[in-house]
Design a binder for this molecule. Structure first.
Ligand code: FES
Length: 124
């Protein structure tokens, strides 16, 4: 039997704006410990071996931050805090049911354009 692949990857945006920048970002003094909370909670539950948290660069939904993307499923969660992360771990990662109320709204997360279609649109 081979080495099992992770059941989930969780990409937590860890981008912070330079001090004084008006642009919103996912990491501020108030939200800087969310990745640590995510990783610690997965560790405490004993599932970090099959759920891999990843520190990500900007995921391009800065106004909705703090955000994280759960794969597989392409599920983007927004406006995170520690309580929301706990619920996502319990209900989505362990329970298998995404937490609908924290998922990004459709107008910010419409269907993807395939790379092939994008190349066609650009006349390539
Ligand atoms: S800074 Fe997190 S999505 Fe851009």
């Amino acid at each position: 039997m081979g080495l099992p692949q992770p059941a989930f990857y969780i990409f937590k945006c860890e981008q912070s704006s330079p001090p004084g920048m008006p642009k919103p970002s996912c990491v501020s003094p108030q939200t800087q410990d969310l990745f640590q909370h995510l990783a610690q909670t997965l560790m405490q539950k004993g599932i970090i071996g099959t759920v891999q948290p990843i520190r990500s660069a900007c995921l391009n939904r800065c106004n909705a931050g703090p955000v994280m993307l759960v794969e597989p499923g392409h599920t983007m969660y927004t406006g995170l805090d520690k309580q929301k992360i706990d619920r996502i771990i319990d209900e989505h990662i362990i329970g298998g049911v995404p937490v609908a109320e924290y998922i990004i709204p459709d107008e910010l997360w419409d269907e993807p354009i395939t790379p092939k279609d994008m190349m066609t649109q650009m006349g390539r």
